[in-house]
Design a protein around this ligand. Sequence first.
Ligand code: GLU
Ligand code: ZN
Length: 498
Amino acid sequence: MPHIKTRFPPSPTGFLHIGSLRTALFNYLIAKKLDGSFVLRIEDTDRERFVEGGVENIIQTLDWAGIQVDEGPYLDEGKNIAQKGESGPYVQSQRLDIYKKHVQKLLEKGDAYYCFCSKERLSELRKKQEETKQPTGYDGHCRGMNKKDLEEKLNSGIPFVIRLAVPKEGKTTFTDAILGDISFDNSIIDDQVLMKADGFPTYHLAVVVDDHLMGITHISRGSEWLPSTPKHILLYIMFGWEIPVYAHQPLLVNEKKQKLSKRHGDVSVKDFKEKGYLIEALINFVAFLGWNPGDEREIFSLKELENVFSLEKMAKSPAVFNREKLEWYNKQYMMQIDLDEVTKRAIPFFINAGVVDKTQVDGLEEFEYLKKVVDLERTRANTLVELVDSVGFIFAKDLVYDASLLVWKKSTKEDAKEKLIGLKVLLGSISESGWELASIEQVVKEWITKNECGVGNTLWPLRVALSGQKNSPGPFDLVYVLGKEKVLKRISAAIDMM
Ligand code: GLU
Ligand code: ZN
């Protein structure tokens, strides 16, 4: 059996789309499962859509995801784009000669032909086809041009493209590893442009030539590419090359069953990262967009996916991108990942929110403190952004809230004030070194019992005085995490308000 190779061939036209992360992941998993390698190739032949920094974003996103590239571009220590692997270059704009050479072979065999049609003629043709409700596509006008005319045109320097000479009859069939047997009538396949007037190949030519020369054995991509596949199969046949295994992933749709697109809110991986989603959650979530293990299990790390994944378990029907499910996944990982790690990942968000500064968190003591803060809310927050938002009050200089919030249900303002005055004395008597969660809780509870204060009557105003919020972490956690100085200051401020 040949060495298995899969590939991820994004076009650097912007920030990597979440659907592309899915494609990268599935190809990576197929390679891992079959002991193969995973190739990254940059498809940058559409110069108009090229976005500066796009390649770096692709590499960094795969890196962040832990999807290791065996061959292809990577960023070296100086953050420059370098390449590794034996079948390079892995950037299509650096392979133009290779495409020219290959299209020449097709021309010689009559599997491709020159087309000199002007833009005007082509749009006129299209207009007519649309008006008469015929399928749109090239009409073969230049196909079969005699040698003399051809030479004349070439010599006169009229711009031309090179088109694929699709057989007029018969069918092109293949077996997709997910969708099964697929067949297209050749009569409906367009004489696709292979080489553009500017000498750049189109996607169709470049993808086939590269996949073959790079030894790609398995191709998994979104179903939106399915109509292109017969053109590619024809090219493999014309070149006399072995056809790889195709596995078209189900369409990715939103909850309204529309194709997921950039127009419908944020869908770039970068956006999700900036919203505080954890990569473990994103990976786990996208793995289920077209695959499932066949049982009830839902939580899988990348390493686990490498073991359980199989092409046979991939689904045919559209995969719904459900944001609630993504939040659910994120919450699972927020709780599961160890506290040090969540804290580390939350730091850029804390810095961004302006609640801590960069120099502060470098020290171990500060880091230990942030850990306590993170631990307060991490089981309740869906994302790192939510987490940082929800603990913002911890860092606030002064809390802003309405004094009436300090009064618990049927209690009174006077009662709340009295409790706070008592608590201030009580907590003031605990030494800094005795400031431990368990002892704070014990001291306060004993005091409540001894003075028959009532739990709600006492703890509600305390919690509000420390948080300024209706809902917050519990009062003992707050007392502990805020520390003696802040606690006494906030209680005094609350007393002054009443
Ligand atoms: N460059 C194409 C893309 O942007 C690759 C499609 C394929 O996998 O053949 O998705
Ligand atoms: Zn033509």
